[in-house]
Design a protein around this ligand. Structure first.
Ligand code: FES
Ligand SMILES: [Fe+2]
Length: 354
């Protein structure tokens, strides 16, 4: 049985990746062809010609006036996927049509709906508004992961690994040493995991970007909306500083770390990462530093998870794990993902259902 939840929205790309040329990305095992039409809309259709399944993203396939001309025998498609011309005959077969996918461009991401198109509801796409909000500055990227996406979900829901896997970057002893609180909103389909460190070492990631040093108050508030969107609301402030009763928080630095976790196949994942901040907005040095640091941290995860995938894939069936308190959020996420995959009718309304 597939471990992938269909009838869901997934991030397929950043908007900046898609221009007026053919672009292919595989989501949930489906090769999808994207381009930006001349009016500026992103369109998504199957990357397989209906004739002999030639990948339309491959040269010499061309995009001519928003029509795709297959580079093998010339079947020609409009941006809705409908075939408008075939070689050697005037009549275009009625069934000559590429599958098309609902697409929404939002918060700098291109979201694509995998599953039954008539069930796509754009209002259910979770939001990450900081990524293109005025007053915030964002760095971002995407790293390919040769591991199933559930391993990345486990990884991100349990940040105690920062102390060990990311020491010298974002990990300090206090991360693993501080208990978490976990809440699950079954109706909304969201898992929350919080860790508030009121007197912690300032890791290099935050020391160099904020200018704080020594001991800090460091809050990590995770909000995961299965299957795709993970938010880490990170607050860094001098020890003793708390938000004001009116909600303002002038002494703190805020970083929104966003991950979009998109299965490429059953055993590989697109690891989209973004770091948005509300300080030093125009400081290119801070942007370059955070981009380089976060990419390094992501690649540390990628290296570990690629190894873990090989182990998980080859160990005997039924091999045991042992879970402890730090795994509470990850286990809740696994349960939600299992429901989305195996018992789709039980899926929370807010994240859609099959
Ligand atoms: S495979 Fe595309 S036209 Fe033949
Ligand atoms: Fe990590």
């Amino acid at each position: 049985m597939s471990t992938l939840a269909r009838n869901q929205w997934y991030v397929a790309a950043y908007g900046r990746e898609i221009g007026q040329e053919l672009f292919s990305r595989t989501v949930c095992g489906e090769s999808i062809l994207f381009w930006r039409t001349r009016p500026g809309e992103v369109t998504a259709v199957s990357d397989r010609c209906v004739h002999r399944r030639f990948p339309l993203s491959q040269a010499p396939t061309r995009l001519v006036d928003d029509q795709v001309v297959c580079g093998y025998h010339g079947f020609t498609y409009g941006s809705d996927g409908r075939c408008v011309a075939v070689p050697g005959q005037a009549r275009v077969p009625r069934t000559a049509r590429l599958s098309s996918y609902p697409v929404v461009e939002q918060d700098s991401f291109v979201w694509v709906w995998i599953g039954e198109p008539e069930r796509a509801d754009a209002t259910r796409i979770p939001r990450a508004p900081w990524l293109d909000r005025a007053g915030w500055t964002t760095v971002s990227g995407m790293e390919p992961l040769a591991a199933r996406y559930g391993l990345l979900v486990d990884n991100l829901l349990d940040l105690s690994h920062e102390t060990y896997l990311h020491g010298g970057y974002i990990g300090t002893p206090e991360v693993a040493g501080t208990p978490i609180t976990t809440e699950v909103d079954e109706d909304a389909g969201v898992v929350y995991v919080s860790r508030h460190m009121d007197d912690a070492d300032c890791p290099p990631f935050y020391a160099r970007s904020t200018g704080l040093s020594g001991r800090i108050s460091r809050w990590q508030d995770i909000e995961y909306t299965p299957p795709c969107l993970y938010l880490l609301h990170s607050r860094i402030a001098p020890v003793g500083s708390v938000p004001h009763p009116d909600g303002s928080d002038p002494d703190a630095f805020h970083v929104e770390v966003v991950y979009a976790i998109t299965p490429e196949t059953e055993h590989s994942t697109h690891d989209f990462w973004a770091v948005a901040r509300d300080f030093a907005p125009a400081d290119q040095e801070v942007s370059d530093f955070l981009a380089e640091q976060n990419r390094t941290v992501v690649l540390q995860d990628v290296a570990a998870l690629d190894v873990l995938e090989r182990v998980v894939a080859t160990d005997p069936p039924g091999s045991q794990e042992l879970s402890i308190n730090i795994d509470t959020g990850g286990l809740a996420a696994r349960r939600m993902l299992a429901r989305l995959t195996e018992s789709p009718e039980a899926a929370p309304a807010a994240v859609g259902s099959c």
